[in-house]
Design a protein around this ligand. Sequence first.
Ligand code: HEM
Length: 130
Amino acid sequence: MTATVEVQTPFETIGGGEAVRRIVDRFYDLMDSVPAYRDLRALHADDLGPMRHSLTGFLSAWLGGPRDWFDSNPGKCMMSLHAAVPIPNIVADQWVDAMRAAMRDTSVDNALADQIAVAFQRIGSGMINR
Ligand code: HEM
């Protein structure tokens, strides 16, 4: 007999699509209002609405949830996309700080939020190009 092991994805642990949406909304609200994130904000378009939608979809898939974002954006490479954005290390730090704060403010389990933030730190470091 073969045993089936059910593995819960981070997407499920975090609370699914609604929870990811809350984190992303808080992330962009912080980016839009906290002076410490001014440089990061300045790189984004005035209207953050499309980004709220896109980042929610991307992170849902990245956390192991529905892959709609990748189905809608075949071949889109996150690293190549960010190569066109001037990213110094202080701005990469602002992204990770704002996302960590957003997870704290939306009550994501502390240990899980720390793990996710470490992964974002690595991805963000790879995007530094200035
Ligand atoms: C390292 C610091 C980062 C900076 C400065 C940055 C900046 C940006 C900017 C300026 C845009 C375009 C926004 C617009 O059109 O208004 C963008 C798009 C995006 N970023 Fe980042 N980003 C960073 C890190 C990340 C990380 C770590 C992720 C994912 C884990 C990510 C996911 C995305 C997504 C999903 C999009 C939208 C792509 C699309 O729909 O075309 N970014 N980013």
